[in-house]
Design a protein around this ligand. Structure first.
Ligand code: 5GP
Ligand code: ZN
Length: 112
């Protein structure tokens, strides 16, 4: 996955400040934040989307890491949203599985 931008971020090819990292995931700030807090949590291993995930542990690692990041930023007080855009109609633009962690303002519902 030489061309994948999130693989490059995860493997250090693009220098990035990680808010969190462990053996399975990294978390970093979104380039184009949609809320005062907008963090992306991604598996280090390339999956083009959630549809490609073949191991339930990937979901466990991603979600539990996102909760850790949320707690480390103090977001449990006022709340937050986790979003995984999937495929074309899901609004996915980067073809490497990622979880958006959004917080810091009242988030509208339903999404656009
Ligand atoms: P998607 O639309 O696929 O759910 O979300 C992709 C997200 O990745 C967008 O919010 C976009 O701003 C973010 N993004 C795209 N390229 C980069 C990048 O090179 N660095 C960072 N930090 N975020 C990126
Ligand atoms: Zn990738």
């Amino acid at each position: 996955m030489d061309e994948c931008i999130f693989c490059k971020i995860a493997n250090g090819g693009i220098p990035t400040d990680f808010i969190y990292s462990d053996e399975n995931v990294v978390a970093f700030r979104d380039l184009n934040p949609q809320a005062p807090v907008h963090v992306l949590v991604i598996p280090k291993k390339h999956y083009s989307s959630g549809i490609a995930v073949d191991d339930p542990a990937v979901w466990g690692n991603l979600m539990s890491s996102a909760v850790k990041v949320a707690n480390s930023l103090g977001l449990e007080k006022d709340g937050y949203r986790m979003v995984i855009n999937t495929g074309e109609q899901g609004g996915q633009t980067v073809p490497h599985l990622h979880l958006h962690l959004l917080a810091g303002r009242n988030l509208g519902w339903p999404p656009g």
